[in-house]
Design a protein around this ligand. Sequence first.
Ligand SMILES: C[S@@+](CC[C@H](N)C(=O)[O-])C[C@H]1O[C@@H](n2cnc3c(N)ncnc32)[C@H](O)[C@@H]1O
Ligand SMILES: [Zn+2]
Length: 373
Amino acid sequence: MIREGKVCFELNLPEVVSSRMEVFYNPHMRENRDLSLLLLLTLPFEKLKVCDPMGASGVRLLRMLLETQKLEKAVYNDLSAESAQFFRKLLKNHCVDESMVEIHQEDACVFLRRHRDFHYVEVDPFGSPVPFLESALLSLRRHGILAVSATDTSVLSGTYPSTCFRRYGSMPLLSCEFYHEVGIRILIKKVVEEGAKLDYALEPVFSYSYRHYFRVFFKKQAGPKRADRVLAQVGYLLFCDRCLYRAGVKLEGLQNSCPYCGNRLLVAGPLWLGSLWDRELLEAMWQLRGAVELSENSLKLLKRIRQEATLNTLGFYTLSAIGKAFKLGQPPPIQKFLDIFKGVRTHFSGEGFRTAVSHQEFLERVHELLQRA
Ligand SMILES: C[S@@+](CC[C@H](N)C(=O)[O-])C[C@H]1O[C@@H](n2cnc3c(N)ncnc32)[C@H](O)[C@@H]1O
Ligand SMILES: [Zn+2]
């Protein structure tokens, strides 16, 4: 018997969860589901029409029905007949009013093209979300939320740069310490672009990297001016792997050599240079944290992101990157860095922190550290 929130069910879980399971359920995605429930609670609409076009076991939708009390309609779709059947049984076992649920079984893109006006659409495929983005954002109403998960994190983070370029139209950067953040910013750029070509503004409001996936929630607005304003926040990352200089620039700001140490600069992008979080939304989620049953890890993640979002920087530093670049030997504990740089920790890495100090100041403080060491 498996229990997740208010949902209980029986399922034989293999030792390793894989896409070959007849009915897909991944217990490690609990945090993913927890946070989507919490985010739903913050939406300003009274009654929500929510769609999971690749619904799998249906646990996510059922939890939304049982735990948020905000759904008017839960629309489920999955290509797999076994999954749809499993979901039907799940609904029956939990005595859900049938009139609140629709169940479909077709290709997600075809399905989404025939539907409109969802307040919330979940894009949670195996691997890359790219094939589903356009259909998903068309099916979403204005001010609605698009939730995108990507499990092709190694592609986005730079292990396979040519695949990243082919799939996302951007160059990643494995050789910087915040390569996961670069990946998530490339994913955001892709969604922003998919929206912009249809005169929609898709703005990221909550992003995170966890275990083997990236996850970003976008708010949809319509109109060419709004779309242009969002698109204007796309650009390039310049990075120096000698002195850790980093900067976000537009095309005309691209340059070859580091203004601090003269080293040749590395370039990633195009990618999202804007904020990864809407702080008001984070605050609302934090205030509502008691309203749904969150796992300990979900709560920890939310707490850290809430602190992290107070510093809206492009990239962060890690102790090992600083140690290696400046030959610090054994770097001092992270608390020392947080004090020196007035930093906040990042959820992207256990040894990472963000700081608002300029690069000049960063270099000066590192050198002071070196002298004292
Ligand atoms: C990662 S699972 C979704 C997990 C689910 N959203 C949850 O929260 O538990 C992906 C699901 O997509 C389904 N699927 C794969 N390709 C599809 C397609 N083209 N159209 C619809 N469903 C598809 C699979 O059968 C599988 O159940
Ligand atoms: Zn440099």
